[in-house]
Write a protein that binds this ligand. Structure first.
Ligand SMILES: [Zn+2]
Length: 313
């Protein structure tokens, strides 16, 4: 991290952003924490301009040790965040979930995150993760190169729908398409599990409008803002301006996500990019804090009836 970040200059500006909105802090539903050797591999991938980035240069702004990264989110005033972790092959999800239990224990402001993969035993380890207190799941259709409508996943989706546990899912075809990315396979999953609380990562980029269609059709589908509207993304996958009124109307189901720490710009830029949409302070308050606080019951019982466990700001 460069010195301006370390000396707290950026943190001051981030705090000013949410204070001016009258918020108690931010909730960021899309931050990456994972076992160190997996994280190093992911970073090497970004550094090497791999297919994950579509061959685009991707300097990682917050390359630091785990405790330093979590401390920085706290300095920003992020009340709650996630540990988006995901397997790229079978036999890995259970191990990641075990790591995530430990991370959640030592990081009380992290919403305990778990993951899954279409493989024998998935229903069992998803059930175990839920019993261990998982509050959110992450699925990565592009990196995992699997069909989310795979029969093997059906009981796991059913279980998560029943439990009301949100699943942040990278299913859009950006920055690079995968064999099963795009709205089609997800539409199949939702047709079977209409109550599943899918949070479409990155606003579904570049298929923004198709994923807005799904959110309008299914009341439990949400969208996270991760990397959307930033200068970086607008150059590669611009959000169609004609769809802004639809995004305004879905203001109670859009959630702040950032992709911290592997972002090619400062954290503040994501917030300013949202502000720059001109959708107003009410929309920003909902997106940057209130929607996720409600979904995860940070200030009272959530709709799944779980007690409030979120830390204070
Ligand atoms: Zn991500």
């Amino acid at each position: 991290m460069d010195s301006a970040r370390r000396d707290g200059a950026e943190a001051g500006e981030v705090r000013r952003f949410w204070r001016e909105l009258g918020l108690p802090g931010l909730v960021d539903v899309h931050t990456h924490f994972m076992p160190e050797r997996v994280l190093r591999k992911v970073w090497a991938y970004f550094d090497a301009l791999g297919p994950l980035t579509g061959g685009v240069a991707w300097p990682i702004t917050y390359r630091a040790e785990e405790d330093e990264r979590a401390a920085l989110l706290r300095e920003f005033g992020v009340r709650a965040f996630t540990a988006m972790l995901y397997p790229h092959k079978p036999g890995m999800a259970r191990w990641l979930n075990t790591w995530a239990v430990g991370f959640a224990r030592r990081t009380p402001d992290c919403l305990h995150t778990a993951t899954l993969f279409p493989e024998p035993g998935v229903e069992e380890y998803v059930r175990e993760a839920v019993a261990a207190g998982a509050r959110v799941f992450k699925a990565h259709v592009q990196v995992g190169a699997y069909d989310p409508a795979d029969e093997l996943l059906r009981p796991a989706w059913g279980l998560l729908a029943e439990a009301g546990i949100p699943v942040v899912i990278h299913c859009g075809s950006g920055p690079a398409p995968g064999k099963h990315t795009g709205p089609g396979p997800i539409a199949e999953v939702l047709a079977r599990h209409p109550d599943l609380r899918l949070v479409v990562a990155h606003l579904g980029m570049p298929e923004y409008e198709e994923f807005l269609d799904l959110a309008e059709r299914y009341g439990e589908v949400r969208l996270d803002t991760t990397m959307a509207f930033t200068d970086f993304t607008e150059k590669l996958m611009p959000f169609p301006r004609r769809a802004l009124p639809r995004l305004a109307d879905l203001g109670d189901r859009v959630l702040l996500g950032s992709d911290f720490p592997a972002i090619p710009y400062p954290y503040l830029h994501q917030l300013r990019a949202l502000e720059g949409l001109g959708l107003g302070a009410r929309w920003l308050r909902a997106v940057c804090h209130d929607n996720a606080a409600r979904l995860f019951g940070l200030d009272g019982p959530d709709t799944a009836g779980r007690p409030a466990t979120g830390p204070a700001a």
